[in-house]
Ligand binder design. Structure first.
Ligand code: EPZ
Length: 425
Protein backbone atom coordinates (compact mmCIF):
# COMPACT_ATOMS: atom_id res chain seq x y z
CA UNK A 1 0.00 0.00 0.00
CA UNK A 2 1.13 3.53 -0.76
CA UNK A 3 2.52 5.64 2.08
CA UNK A 4 3.43 9.27 2.62
CA UNK A 5 6.82 10.28 4.02
CA UNK A 6 7.32 13.73 5.58
CA UNK A 7 10.42 15.41 6.97
CA UNK A 8 9.10 17.99 9.42
CA UNK A 9 10.23 21.49 10.32
CA UNK A 10 9.60 23.56 7.17
CA UNK A 11 7.02 26.41 7.40
CA UNK A 12 4.45 26.51 4.59
CA UNK A 13 4.85 29.39 2.17
CA UNK A 14 2.79 29.57 -0.97
CA UNK A 15 -0.62 29.37 -2.59
CA UNK A 16 -2.91 26.36 -2.51
CA UNK A 17 -5.89 26.04 -4.91
CA UNK A 18 -8.99 24.73 -3.14
CA UNK A 19 -10.98 22.19 -5.15
CA UNK A 20 -14.66 21.42 -5.35
CA UNK A 21 -16.29 20.03 -2.21
CA UNK A 22 -16.51 16.21 -2.01
CA UNK A 23 -19.53 16.46 0.27
CA UNK A 24 -21.35 18.68 -2.22
CA UNK A 25 -20.34 16.77 -5.37
CA UNK A 26 -21.65 13.40 -4.07
CA UNK A 27 -25.33 14.42 -3.58
CA UNK A 28 -25.19 16.60 -6.73
CA UNK A 29 -24.22 13.56 -8.78
CA UNK A 30 -27.00 11.47 -7.19
CA UNK A 31 -29.46 14.22 -8.18
CA UNK A 32 -28.86 13.31 -11.84
CA UNK A 33 -31.01 10.22 -11.19
CA UNK A 34 -34.02 12.54 -10.87
CA UNK A 35 -34.11 13.44 -14.59
CA UNK A 36 -33.93 11.87 -18.03
CA UNK A 37 -32.11 14.94 -19.26
CA UNK A 38 -28.40 15.71 -18.99
CA UNK A 39 -26.88 17.26 -15.86
CA UNK A 40 -23.43 18.82 -16.29
CA UNK A 41 -21.46 19.37 -13.07
CA UNK A 42 -18.23 21.37 -13.13
CA UNK A 43 -15.48 21.70 -10.47
CA UNK A 44 -15.84 18.04 -9.44
CA UNK A 45 -12.76 16.94 -7.45
CA UNK A 46 -10.75 13.91 -8.59
CA UNK A 47 -11.16 11.67 -5.53
CA UNK A 48 -11.71 7.97 -4.80
CA UNK A 49 -15.20 8.67 -3.39
CA UNK A 50 -16.19 10.49 -6.58
CA UNK A 51 -15.08 7.48 -8.62
CA UNK A 52 -17.17 5.22 -6.38
CA UNK A 53 -20.25 7.39 -6.94
CA UNK A 54 -19.64 7.36 -10.71
CA UNK A 55 -19.35 3.55 -10.62
CA UNK A 56 -22.59 3.36 -8.65
CA UNK A 57 -24.46 5.65 -11.05
CA UNK A 58 -23.18 3.65 -14.04
CA UNK A 59 -24.40 0.45 -12.34
CA UNK A 60 -27.89 2.01 -12.49
CA UNK A 61 -27.46 2.76 -16.21
CA UNK A 62 -26.32 6.40 -15.98
CA UNK A 63 -24.34 7.70 -18.96
CA UNK A 64 -21.13 9.30 -17.70
CA UNK A 65 -18.58 11.53 -19.43
CA UNK A 66 -15.77 13.38 -17.71
CA UNK A 67 -13.33 16.01 -18.96
CA UNK A 68 -10.71 18.18 -17.28
CA UNK A 69 -11.89 21.65 -16.23
CA UNK A 70 -9.64 24.35 -17.60
CA UNK A 71 -9.97 26.27 -14.31
CA UNK A 72 -6.92 26.86 -12.11
CA UNK A 73 -8.29 24.73 -9.27
CA UNK A 74 -7.95 21.41 -11.09
CA UNK A 75 -11.30 19.65 -11.04
CA UNK A 76 -13.31 18.02 -13.78
CA UNK A 77 -16.62 18.46 -15.51
CA UNK A 78 -18.85 15.42 -15.24
CA UNK A 79 -21.75 15.04 -17.69
CA UNK A 80 -24.47 12.69 -16.45
CA UNK A 81 -27.20 11.28 -18.71
CA UNK A 82 -30.11 9.72 -16.82
CA UNK A 83 -32.22 8.82 -19.88
CA UNK A 84 -31.42 5.08 -19.78
CA UNK A 85 -31.65 4.05 -16.10
CA UNK A 86 -32.23 0.28 -16.08
CA UNK A 87 -31.55 -0.74 -12.47
CA UNK A 88 -32.68 0.61 -9.11
CA UNK A 89 -30.44 -1.56 -6.89
CA UNK A 90 -27.31 -0.18 -5.20
CA UNK A 91 -25.08 -3.19 -4.62
CA UNK A 92 -23.30 -4.10 -1.39
CA UNK A 93 -19.92 -4.05 -3.18
CA UNK A 94 -20.26 -0.31 -3.88
CA UNK A 95 -22.21 0.80 -0.80
CA UNK A 96 -19.71 -0.86 1.57
CA UNK A 97 -16.98 1.36 0.05
CA UNK A 98 -18.86 4.59 0.67
CA UNK A 99 -21.82 5.31 2.97
CA UNK A 100 -22.86 8.31 0.89
CA UNK A 101 -24.14 5.77 -1.65
CA UNK A 102 -27.37 5.87 0.38
CA UNK A 103 -28.01 9.24 -1.33
CA UNK A 104 -29.28 7.42 -4.44
CA UNK A 105 -32.27 6.09 -2.49
CA UNK A 106 -34.41 9.26 -2.48
CA UNK A 107 -33.95 10.05 -6.21
CA UNK A 108 -34.49 6.43 -7.39
CA UNK A 109 -37.56 5.94 -5.22
CA UNK A 110 -39.07 9.26 -6.26
CA UNK A 111 -38.54 8.85 -10.01
CA UNK A 112 -39.00 5.05 -10.40
CA UNK A 113 -41.17 4.17 -7.39
CA UNK A 114 -38.59 1.68 -6.15
CA UNK A 115 -35.07 1.58 -4.70
CA UNK A 116 -33.07 -1.26 -3.23
CA UNK A 117 -29.96 -0.11 -1.41
CA UNK A 118 -27.50 -2.23 0.55
CA UNK A 119 -27.85 -1.26 4.22
CA UNK A 120 -24.71 0.72 5.05
CA UNK A 121 -22.80 -0.96 7.89
CA UNK A 122 -20.97 0.99 10.58
CA UNK A 123 -17.76 2.83 9.79
CA UNK A 124 -14.56 3.76 11.63
CA UNK A 125 -16.09 6.92 13.12
CA UNK A 126 -19.40 5.50 14.31
CA UNK A 127 -22.42 3.24 13.81
CA UNK A 128 -24.03 5.87 11.55
CA UNK A 129 -27.59 4.53 11.22
CA UNK A 130 -29.90 5.73 8.39
CA UNK A 131 -33.15 5.72 10.39
CA UNK A 132 -33.75 9.44 9.75
CA UNK A 133 -33.59 8.84 5.99
CA UNK A 134 -36.01 5.89 6.20
CA UNK A 135 -38.44 7.55 8.63
CA UNK A 136 -38.56 10.59 6.37
CA UNK A 137 -39.25 8.55 3.23
CA UNK A 138 -41.98 6.66 5.07
CA UNK A 139 -43.56 10.02 5.93
CA UNK A 140 -43.71 10.64 2.14
CA UNK A 141 -45.58 7.37 1.74
CA UNK A 142 -42.84 4.86 0.97
CA UNK A 143 -43.10 1.27 2.16
CA UNK A 144 -39.73 0.21 3.53
CA UNK A 145 -38.49 -3.27 4.37
CA UNK A 146 -35.06 -4.57 5.28
CA UNK A 147 -34.42 -7.84 3.40
CA UNK A 148 -31.14 -9.77 3.05
CA UNK A 149 -29.08 -6.79 4.18
CA UNK A 150 -30.83 -4.47 1.75
CA UNK A 151 -33.21 -1.58 2.32
CA UNK A 152 -36.13 -2.16 -0.05
CA UNK A 153 -38.20 0.99 -0.53
CA UNK A 154 -41.36 1.03 -2.65
CA UNK A 155 -43.81 3.70 -3.71
CA UNK A 156 -45.52 2.32 -6.80
CA UNK A 157 -47.96 5.25 -6.96
CA UNK A 158 -45.23 7.79 -6.30
CA UNK A 159 -44.43 9.79 -3.17
CA UNK A 160 -46.68 12.40 -1.58
CA UNK A 161 -45.55 15.61 0.10
CA UNK A 162 -45.64 15.67 3.92
CA UNK A 163 -44.22 17.34 7.02
CA UNK A 164 -40.92 15.76 8.11
CA UNK A 165 -39.61 16.97 11.49
CA UNK A 166 -36.08 15.61 12.02
CA UNK A 167 -35.47 14.77 15.73
CA UNK A 168 -31.78 15.57 15.18
CA UNK A 169 -29.84 17.33 12.43
CA UNK A 170 -28.65 15.10 9.58
CA UNK A 171 -26.92 16.40 6.45
CA UNK A 172 -27.54 13.21 4.48
CA UNK A 173 -31.18 12.77 5.50
CA UNK A 174 -31.92 16.42 4.62
CA UNK A 175 -30.34 15.92 1.17
CA UNK A 176 -32.07 12.56 0.51
CA UNK A 177 -35.49 13.92 1.48
CA UNK A 178 -35.01 17.13 -0.49
CA UNK A 179 -34.29 15.08 -3.62
CA UNK A 180 -37.19 12.66 -2.99
CA UNK A 181 -39.62 15.53 -2.37
CA UNK A 182 -38.64 17.26 -5.65
CA UNK A 183 -40.76 14.73 -7.60
CA UNK A 184 -43.38 14.01 -4.92
CA UNK A 185 -47.01 15.02 -5.28
CA UNK A 186 -47.66 18.21 -3.31
CA UNK A 187 -45.61 20.11 -0.75
CA UNK A 188 -43.01 18.68 1.64
CA UNK A 189 -41.78 20.64 4.65
CA UNK A 190 -38.48 19.62 6.24
CA UNK A 191 -38.15 20.94 9.78
CA UNK A 192 -34.87 20.95 11.78
CA UNK A 193 -33.11 20.63 8.43
CA UNK A 194 -29.30 20.78 8.14
CA UNK A 195 -27.85 24.22 7.31
CA UNK A 196 -24.61 23.00 5.70
CA UNK A 197 -23.39 24.87 2.58
CA UNK A 198 -23.47 21.53 0.74
CA UNK A 199 -27.25 21.32 1.36
CA UNK A 200 -27.68 24.82 -0.10
CA UNK A 201 -25.54 23.88 -3.11
CA UNK A 202 -27.75 20.85 -3.78
CA UNK A 203 -30.93 22.96 -3.50
CA UNK A 204 -29.47 25.46 -5.99
CA UNK A 205 -28.78 22.71 -8.50
CA UNK A 206 -32.26 21.18 -8.07
CA UNK A 207 -33.83 24.59 -8.69
CA UNK A 208 -31.74 24.88 -11.87
CA UNK A 209 -33.27 21.53 -12.88
CA UNK A 210 -36.75 22.97 -12.36
CA UNK A 211 -37.51 22.06 -8.73
CA UNK A 212 -39.32 24.52 -6.45
CA UNK A 213 -37.43 24.78 -3.16
CA UNK A 214 -37.49 27.55 -0.57
CA UNK A 215 -35.64 27.93 2.68
CA UNK A 216 -32.44 25.94 2.00
CA UNK A 217 -29.90 27.22 4.51
CA UNK A 218 -32.59 27.65 7.15
CA UNK A 219 -34.00 25.03 9.54
CA UNK A 220 -37.24 24.89 7.52
CA UNK A 221 -37.11 23.87 3.84
CA UNK A 222 -40.28 23.81 1.68
CA UNK A 223 -40.32 21.73 -1.51
CA UNK A 224 -43.19 21.86 -3.99
CA UNK A 225 -43.05 18.59 -5.95
CA UNK A 226 -42.92 18.56 -9.76
CA UNK A 227 -44.06 15.92 -12.31
CA UNK A 228 -40.64 15.99 -13.96
CA UNK A 229 -37.30 17.73 -13.63
CA UNK A 230 -35.09 18.92 -16.46
CA UNK A 231 -31.30 18.93 -16.81
CA UNK A 232 -28.90 21.77 -16.30
CA UNK A 233 -25.39 22.97 -15.53
CA UNK A 234 -23.94 23.49 -12.07
CA UNK A 235 -20.54 24.14 -10.53
CA UNK A 236 -19.62 22.57 -7.18
CA UNK A 237 -18.87 24.94 -4.27
CA UNK A 238 -15.31 24.99 -2.88
CA UNK A 239 -14.34 22.45 -0.22
CA UNK A 240 -14.46 24.23 3.15
CA UNK A 241 -12.95 21.21 4.93
CA UNK A 242 -10.01 21.04 2.51
CA UNK A 243 -9.57 24.79 3.10
CA UNK A 244 -9.73 24.34 6.89
CA UNK A 245 -7.10 21.60 6.65
CA UNK A 246 -4.61 23.75 4.72
CA UNK A 247 -5.36 26.78 6.89
CA UNK A 248 -4.29 24.66 9.86
CA UNK A 249 -1.21 23.46 7.94
CA UNK A 250 -0.21 27.11 7.56
CA UNK A 251 -0.92 27.83 11.23
CA UNK A 252 0.82 24.72 12.61
CA UNK A 253 4.06 25.30 10.64
CA UNK A 254 4.22 29.02 11.35
CA UNK A 255 4.30 29.94 7.66
CA UNK A 256 2.04 32.03 5.44
CA UNK A 257 -0.39 30.28 3.12
CA UNK A 258 -2.88 31.64 0.58
CA UNK A 259 -5.92 29.48 -0.06
CA UNK A 260 -7.23 30.33 -3.49
CA UNK A 261 -10.83 29.85 -4.54
CA UNK A 262 -12.50 29.71 -1.10
CA UNK A 263 -15.14 32.05 0.26
CA UNK A 264 -14.62 32.74 3.97
CA UNK A 265 -18.38 32.71 4.65
CA UNK A 266 -18.38 28.92 4.07
CA UNK A 267 -16.01 28.34 6.95
CA UNK A 268 -18.32 28.82 9.97
CA UNK A 269 -16.57 28.55 13.35
CA UNK A 270 -13.31 27.13 11.98
CA UNK A 271 -11.61 30.47 11.31
CA UNK A 272 -12.44 31.77 14.80
CA UNK A 273 -10.95 28.65 16.39
CA UNK A 274 -7.78 28.96 14.30
CA UNK A 275 -7.44 32.61 15.41
CA UNK A 276 -7.93 31.66 19.06
CA UNK A 277 -5.15 29.12 18.55
CA UNK A 278 -2.79 31.94 17.53
CA UNK A 279 -3.04 32.37 13.77
CA UNK A 280 -3.97 35.49 11.86
CA UNK A 281 -6.58 35.03 9.14
CA UNK A 282 -7.28 37.51 6.36
CA UNK A 283 -10.53 36.92 4.47
CA UNK A 284 -10.54 38.23 0.90
CA UNK A 285 -13.33 37.84 -1.68
CA UNK A 286 -12.04 34.59 -3.16
CA UNK A 287 -9.08 33.86 -0.95
CA UNK A 288 -8.00 33.24 2.61
CA UNK A 289 -4.55 34.16 3.92
CA UNK A 290 -3.40 32.37 7.06
CA UNK A 291 -0.20 33.19 8.89
CA UNK A 292 1.10 32.81 12.40
CA UNK A 293 3.09 35.24 14.43
CA UNK A 294 3.73 33.96 17.92
CA UNK A 295 3.18 30.72 19.86
CA UNK A 296 0.18 28.44 19.42
CA UNK A 297 -2.39 28.75 22.17
CA UNK A 298 -4.80 26.24 23.69
CA UNK A 299 -8.46 26.16 22.60
CA UNK A 300 -11.80 24.76 23.73
CA UNK A 301 -13.84 23.36 20.85
CA UNK A 302 -17.05 21.34 20.60
CA UNK A 303 -18.12 19.99 17.23
CA UNK A 304 -21.62 20.91 16.01
CA UNK A 305 -23.72 21.09 12.85
CA UNK A 306 -23.04 24.10 10.59
CA UNK A 307 -22.29 26.92 11.32
CA UNK A 308 -20.73 25.33 14.40
CA UNK A 309 -17.23 23.81 14.42
CA UNK A 310 -17.29 20.94 11.90
CA UNK A 311 -16.59 17.43 13.09
CA UNK A 312 -14.61 16.99 9.83
CA UNK A 313 -11.98 19.46 11.13
CA UNK A 314 -11.74 18.12 14.70
CA UNK A 315 -8.78 15.78 14.10
CA UNK A 316 -6.85 18.52 12.28
CA UNK A 317 -7.54 20.92 15.19
CA UNK A 318 -6.16 18.34 17.62
CA UNK A 319 -2.90 18.17 15.68
CA UNK A 320 -2.78 21.99 15.65
CA UNK A 321 -2.97 22.29 19.45
CA UNK A 322 -0.77 19.29 20.27
CA UNK A 323 2.20 21.69 20.65
CA UNK A 324 0.25 24.72 21.90
CA UNK A 325 0.85 26.51 25.19
CA UNK A 326 -1.62 25.12 27.71
CA UNK A 327 -4.42 22.55 27.87
CA UNK A 328 -7.01 22.26 25.09
CA UNK A 329 -10.41 20.58 25.34
CA UNK A 330 -11.96 19.03 22.23
CA UNK A 331 -15.45 17.59 22.51
CA UNK A 332 -16.75 15.42 19.65
CA UNK A 333 -20.55 15.83 19.74
CA UNK A 334 -21.48 14.40 16.31
CA UNK A 335 -19.86 10.95 15.97
CA UNK A 336 -19.31 8.52 18.82
CA UNK A 337 -15.95 7.13 17.69
CA UNK A 338 -13.98 9.97 16.13
CA UNK A 339 -10.79 9.93 18.18
CA UNK A 340 -8.97 7.17 16.26
CA UNK A 341 -6.12 9.63 15.55
CA UNK A 342 -5.36 10.05 19.29
CA UNK A 343 -3.18 6.94 19.82
CA UNK A 344 -1.24 7.74 16.64
CA UNK A 345 -0.59 11.34 17.73
CA UNK A 346 0.47 10.01 21.13
CA UNK A 347 2.95 7.76 19.31
CA UNK A 348 4.45 11.00 17.97
CA UNK A 349 4.86 12.33 21.50
CA UNK A 350 1.56 14.19 21.98
CA UNK A 351 -0.01 14.21 25.46
CA UNK A 352 -3.72 13.47 24.92
CA UNK A 353 -6.21 11.71 27.17
CA UNK A 354 -9.75 10.79 26.21
CA UNK A 355 -12.77 10.40 28.45
CA UNK A 356 -16.05 9.66 26.68
CA UNK A 357 -16.44 12.17 23.88
CA UNK A 358 -13.95 14.63 25.34
CA UNK A 359 -10.21 14.80 24.61
CA UNK A 360 -7.80 16.75 26.83
CA UNK A 361 -4.71 17.87 24.93
CA UNK A 362 -1.80 18.98 27.10
CA UNK A 363 0.50 20.96 24.79
CA UNK A 364 4.05 19.54 24.49
CA UNK A 365 7.15 21.40 23.22
CA UNK A 366 7.78 19.11 20.22
CA UNK A 367 6.45 16.09 18.35
CA UNK A 368 8.75 13.36 17.07
CA UNK A 369 8.54 11.70 13.67
CA UNK A 370 7.26 8.06 13.66
CA UNK A 371 5.55 5.37 11.62
CA UNK A 372 1.81 6.00 12.01
CA UNK A 373 -1.40 4.41 10.73
CA UNK A 374 -4.30 6.19 9.02
CA UNK A 375 -7.74 4.95 10.17
CA UNK A 376 -10.21 7.27 8.44
CA UNK A 377 -10.16 10.27 6.12
CA UNK A 378 -9.79 13.15 8.58
CA UNK A 379 -7.72 11.21 11.14
CA UNK A 380 -5.18 10.50 8.39
CA UNK A 381 -4.75 14.14 7.42
CA UNK A 382 -4.25 15.11 11.09
CA UNK A 383 -1.23 12.78 11.08
CA UNK A 384 0.12 14.56 8.02
CA UNK A 385 -0.28 17.92 9.83
CA UNK A 386 1.58 16.52 12.85
CA UNK A 387 4.32 15.21 10.55
CA UNK A 388 4.81 18.75 9.14
CA UNK A 389 6.17 19.95 12.51
CA UNK A 390 7.61 16.75 13.97
CA UNK A 391 11.32 16.35 14.56
CA UNK A 392 12.64 13.90 11.98
CA UNK A 393 10.69 11.71 9.59
CA UNK A 394 7.07 10.60 9.73
CA UNK A 395 5.60 7.85 7.57
CA UNK A 396 1.82 7.71 7.26
CA UNK A 397 0.54 4.25 6.25
CA UNK A 398 -2.80 3.24 4.64
CA UNK A 399 -3.19 6.55 2.86
CA UNK A 400 -6.01 5.19 0.71
CA UNK A 401 -8.11 6.87 3.38
CA UNK A 402 -6.62 10.24 2.34
CA UNK A 403 -7.28 9.61 -1.35
CA UNK A 404 -10.97 9.50 -0.58
CA UNK A 405 -11.09 13.20 0.26
CA UNK A 406 -7.88 15.06 -0.64
CA UNK A 407 -6.91 15.73 -4.25
CA UNK A 408 -3.13 16.08 -4.96
CA UNK A 409 -2.34 16.64 -1.25
CA UNK A 410 1.38 15.80 -1.61
CA UNK A 411 1.77 18.11 -4.66
CA UNK A 412 -0.09 20.97 -2.97
CA UNK A 413 2.05 20.79 0.19
CA UNK A 414 5.32 20.24 -1.69
CA UNK A 415 4.58 23.37 -3.75
CA UNK A 416 4.64 25.30 -0.44
CA UNK A 417 8.13 24.09 0.46
CA UNK A 418 7.32 21.00 2.56
CA UNK A 419 9.58 17.92 2.33
CA UNK A 420 6.89 15.37 1.55
CA UNK A 421 6.67 12.48 -0.91
CA UNK A 422 4.34 9.64 -1.77
CA UNK A 423 5.90 6.18 -1.62
CA UNK A 424 4.20 3.90 -4.11
CA UNK A 425 3.68 0.25 -3.16
C1 EPZ B 1 -22.07 14.15 6.25
O1 EPZ B 1 -22.27 12.79 6.65
C2 EPZ B 1 -20.64 14.19 5.69
N1 EPZ B 1 -20.53 13.27 4.59
C3 EPZ B 1 -19.65 13.80 6.79
O2 EPZ B 1 -18.33 13.98 6.28
C4 EPZ B 1 -19.81 14.75 7.96
O3 EPZ B 1 -18.98 14.34 9.02
C5 EPZ B 1 -21.28 14.73 8.45
O4 EPZ B 1 -22.17 15.05 7.36
C6 EPZ B 1 -21.54 15.74 9.56
O5 EPZ B 1 -21.19 17.02 9.16
C7 EPZ B 1 -21.03 13.62 3.38
O6 EPZ B 1 -21.60 14.68 3.18
C8 EPZ B 1 -20.85 12.64 2.27
P1 EPZ B 1 -25.19 13.19 9.32
P2 EPZ B 1 -23.74 12.26 7.04
O7 EPZ B 1 -26.33 12.42 8.75
O8 EPZ B 1 -24.75 12.90 6.16
C9 EPZ B 1 -26.58 10.55 13.07
C10 EPZ B 1 -16.09 13.43 5.79
O9 EPZ B 1 -15.11 13.31 6.54
N2 EPZ B 1 -27.61 10.01 12.16
O10 EPZ B 1 -25.31 14.66 9.40
O11 EPZ B 1 -23.69 10.79 7.08
C11 EPZ B 1 -25.16 10.13 12.63
O12 EPZ B 1 -24.83 8.85 13.09
C12 EPZ B 1 -17.46 12.84 6.18
O13 EPZ B 1 -16.04 14.03 4.70
C13 EPZ B 1 -28.56 9.13 12.66
O14 EPZ B 1 -28.55 8.80 13.85
O15 EPZ B 1 -23.86 12.81 8.53
C14 EPZ B 1 -24.31 11.24 13.24
O16 EPZ B 1 -24.05 10.94 14.56
C15 EPZ B 1 -17.39 11.97 7.39
N3 EPZ B 1 -29.50 8.65 11.82
C16 EPZ B 1 -25.22 12.46 13.12
O17 EPZ B 1 -26.55 11.97 12.98
C17 EPZ B 1 -29.55 8.99 10.48
O18 EPZ B 1 -30.42 8.51 9.74
C18 EPZ B 1 -24.91 13.36 11.94
O19 EPZ B 1 -24.86 12.58 10.76
C19 EPZ B 1 -28.58 9.88 10.00
C20 EPZ B 1 -27.61 10.39 10.85
Amino acid sequence: MDRIRIRGGKPLHGTIPIGGAKNAALPLMAAALLTEQTLQIANVPDLADITTMLDLLQSHGMGVETCEDNGSNGGRTVTLDGSRITRTTADYELVRKMRASVLVMGPLLSRFGEARVSLPGGCAIGTRPVNLHLDGLERLGAKIEIEDGYIHARAPKGLSGALVRFPSVSVGATENLMMAAALADGETVLENAALEPEVIDLARCLVTMGAEINGAGTTCIRIQGRQKLGGGEHSVIPDRIEAATYAMAGAITGGEVRLRGIDGSLMGEVLKAIEVAGAAVVVEPDELIVMRNGPLRAVEVTTAPFPGFPTDAQAQMMALVATADGTSMLTEAIFENRFMHVPELVRMGADISVRGNRATVQGVPVLRGAQVMATDLRASVSLVLAGLIADGETTVNRIYHLDRGYERLVEKLAACGVEIERIYA
